[in-house]
Structures are given as C-alpha cells and as structure tokens.
Design a binder for this molecule. Structure first.
Ligand SMILES: Cc1cc2nc3c(=O)[nH]c(=O)nc-3n(C[C@H](O)[C@H](O)[C@H](O)COP(=O)(O)OP(=O)(O)OC[C@H]3O[C@@H](n4cnc5c(N)ncnc54)[C@H](O)[C@@H]3O)c2cc1C
Length: 382
C-alpha cells in the first residue's frame, strides 16, 4: 500500500492543472493512460482550443461565474505563458497554441510537472475507491493507495459506482457536442455547407445556431450541430426536429424575387438550381417539392416558386438520436453537492474537478476552460 497526503485521480486537463497549482509536497497522480494529458492531443482537431476569450456562463449549462472569478481566461493564459506556452486567438475568441499543435500544451504541462515533486502512476486503472476512518483507499489494477485528501478528476462518464455508493448527488450523464442522427440524409452524404442557420426544436424548447454543417449517411454533423446537441444532452432526449435555412442571408421575399428572376434562365427545371446549390441539394429540393422537372423554368408557377422558398428556408429533418463521437458528457456531480471550493459537502477532503462535475459547455474552448478553472480551484485548496 502506497501512502500520500493527497491523490489526484486522473491526469487529464483538470487533474494536471490541479497538481500544478498545489503547494502540497506529498501528491500523487494516478491515471490509466500511459501519458499525462493524453486526451489533449485530440482536442481542437489536434490543435487544442484551450480556451475562449469570450468565456462566460452563457456558454455553459450552469452559472459558473463565481468559479471563473477565481481563475478566469486571463489567469489561464498567464498561467500557460508562465510555463512556456505562447498562444494566439482567432476572430471568434478561440485560443490555440502558437505552434497550432496540441502537443505543445502537453509538452509544457509535462515539463512543469517534472519540475515538481509529484509522484505519477500511469497505466494504473482505478478499480474501486473506499472511504473509511477519514481515509480514502484506492484499489488499482497494479497496486493500492491510501490518502487523506482525494481529488476526482477522471472526466465525464467515470466512477459512477463510486458516486452512487457514497450518495454523491449527480445527474445522469448524456453525450453532448455530438453529431445528430436524423431521417435519411443518404442522398446528401458528404455535402458540406458553410453558412446555414439551423433551428433545433425539441418540445417547447428551441435553439438556433448559424455556421457550417456536414451531412453524414444518416445524420448531420458540424460545430453548429454539436452546439445544438447540448440542448438535447441536457434534457437527455435526442428527439425533435432540425430545420435548416439554406440561405440565411436572404429573406423569404428576397429569395422569392431571386427565384422568379431565375425563371428567365430558361433551363430545364432539373437544372434550375445549377449555380446556386450543389447537385445533391438541388435534387433534395426538387424531390421534396414534387415539381415536374421536365418542363422549362419559364413555366414555373408562383405556387411552385413559393414551395421552393419554403423548402430552402425550412429544410427539416426529424432527429433520431446521436452519433457516438461526443466530445463531452452533460451531467455528473451536481454543483450544489459541492462547496465553493468544489469539496464534497457529504465527505470532507473529497474534491471534484473537470468534466466529472455537472458543467458542460459549447464548442470553442469552453470545456477546457472549465477544466483549468476547476482544477486550479481545487489545486489551491489541497
Ligand atoms: C475529440 C475531442 C475534442 C475536444 N476538443 C476540445 C477543444 O478543442 N476545446 C475544449 O475546450 N474542449 C475540447 N474537448 C473536451 C475536453 O477534452 C474535456 O472537456 C476535458 O478534457 C475534460 O478534462 P477532465 O480533466 O475533466 O477529463 P479528461 O481530460 O477526460 O481526463 C480524465 C483522465 O482520467 C483518467 N481516468 C478516467 N477513468 C479512470 C480510471 N478508472 N482509472 C484511471 N484513470 C482514469 C483518463 O485516462 C483521463 O486521463 C474535446 C473532447 C474530445 C473528445
């Protein structure tokens, strides 16, 4: 049995941030992976979108203002600068390493950890956690540990049995920031459109996003869809409707006038959308409108043009579920089960940080910001 004052379970973003910001000299980190911060390598498509200059509670399921006040984006950037990471931001406030490589983030974290006297146990999978006589006992696949303070930073979808066993209030987890399965999109597969407006309707709830989408074989992906999925994940109900406005920069009247003017192209109706949409989209519109395609565009009636306008501005798909490519999980340990220092109210000296908490954000660096903020808060308390 190895004994430490404090053990951090999980060497992901929040766990390493916690370790780096603690003055405690007797800390160990345990992780099942073979490297620290391994998952960071895949974030931001390998570039690691580590935070967002516009971070505020509106991008999360919960009000996290009081935590951000203690470690905000500025503090995060100052911290990373202090350990050697240079960054830049794009015009949506998304911050990336200057090298455009997630490996730079992992490297500077690794260097900083090596300078501290922290014991690291990689490839150790946690099998069980027991709390007895004010001590925590951790069983792994290799050896066992005991400690007085325990930080759980094992990410979303982890250690649910432990939470249940010790009655730590947590919300059921659901995949978030994922592509959505819909009624058939097979004819549109691989079509990418860079500027659409998508409305998600689920019961009386509605969420609107504008941006790029990518059609898959039986669903739709893209950052805007990922952001819309947060609404469904938070409800745990992946049903409803996606309504796509293919030309959001035109009003219905403007589009109507544009299509009326195009009648004079005097082409077969099957070619009416050439130059405006790719073939698969044109086919989808014509197919839905049931207009006879073999006539000349000159012959299009007002009613037929109106039906095109309706389809182009309201291309709808019923939602049938989600793809398993989720970036985060919604749900986890409820914030009101924790103190302001993220210590469990039920069990003294037990802390939670990162995605295991019931905090999930939209795409854009907000989830990692929560990992840094919560990791810092816990680190400064242990
Ligand atoms: C593909 C992808 C891209 C993403 N891109 C971004 C992005 O660009 N920007 C952004 O803000 N967010 C992004 N995210 C989300 C972000 O990665 C998470 O919000 C963040 O990593 C959560 O940090 P964490 O420390 O809570 O958990 P994690 O980073 O998941 O770390 C948890 C650690 O605990 C360990 N662990 C879990 N269970 C056990 C066990 N039983 N035994 C031992 N060890 C265990 C894991 O091995 C892991 O190392 C992305 C996620 C994915 C999947």
């Amino acid at each position: 049995m190895k004994t430490f004052d404090t053990i951090i379970l999980g060497a992901g973003a929040s766990g390493v941030m916690c370790a780096l910001n603690s003055y405690n000299k007797n800390i160990a980190i345990i992780d099942k992976n073979n490297k620290l911060g391994k998952k960071l390598a895949v974030t931001g498509n390998g570039r690691c979108n580590l935070t967002n200059l516009n971070t505020s509670s509106i991008y999360y399921n919960a009000n996290i203002d009081k935590y951000l006040k203690r470690f905000d984006v500025e503090a995060t950037l100052a911290f990373f600068k202090s350990i050697g990471l240079l960054t830049y931001n794009d015009n949506e406030g998304r911050v990336y390493p200057l090298s455009n490589s997630a490996k730079s983030v992992i490297d500077v974290i690794g260097n900083a950890i090596n300078k501290k006297n922290i014991s690291i146990f990689l490839e150790h999978e946690i099998m069980s956690i027991t709390y007895k006589g004010k001590k925590f006992y951790i069983e792994t696949n290799k050896e066992n540990f005991e400690c007085e303070k325990l930080v759980v930073a094992t990410g979303g979808n982890s250690l649910n049995e432990f939470l249940d066993l010790y009655k730590i209030k947590h919300r059921e987890i659901h995949p978030s920031l994922c592509a959505l399965k819909t009624t058939s999109t097979r004819n549109l597969e691989n079509v990418r459109i860079s500027d659409v407006e998508i409305t998600l309707e689920n019961g009386s709830d509605k969420k609107i996003e504008r941006g790029e989408i990518l059609f898959k074989d039986s669903g739709i992906s893209g950052i805007s869809i990922f952001n819309l999925s947060t609404l469904l994940a938070r409800k745990g109900d992946y049903l409803g409707k996606l309504i796509i406005d293919l030309l959001p920069f035109l009003s219905e009247n403007e589009l109507y006038d544009l299509l009326v003017a195009r009648k004079n192209l005097n082409v077969k109706i099957s070619n009416f959308f050439d130059g405006l949409f790719v073939n698969q989209i044109a086919y989808e519109i014509l197919n839905r409108s049931k207009v006879d395609e073999n006539r000349s565009s000159i012959k299009l009636s007002e009613k037929e043009i109106q039906s095109f306008v309706k389809i182009i501005k309201h291309l709808d798909f019923a939602i049938k579920g989600f793809y398993n490519n989720n970036q985060v999980y919604s749900g986890g340990v409820e914030l009101d089960a924790l103190t302001d220092d993220l210590e469990c109210k039920n069990i003294e000296n037990l802390y939670f940080c990162g995605e295991i908490c019931d905090v999930d954000g939209e795409c854009g660096g907000f989830n990692l910001q929560w990992a840094w903020t919560s990791g810092f808060i816990v680190g400064s308390k242990i």
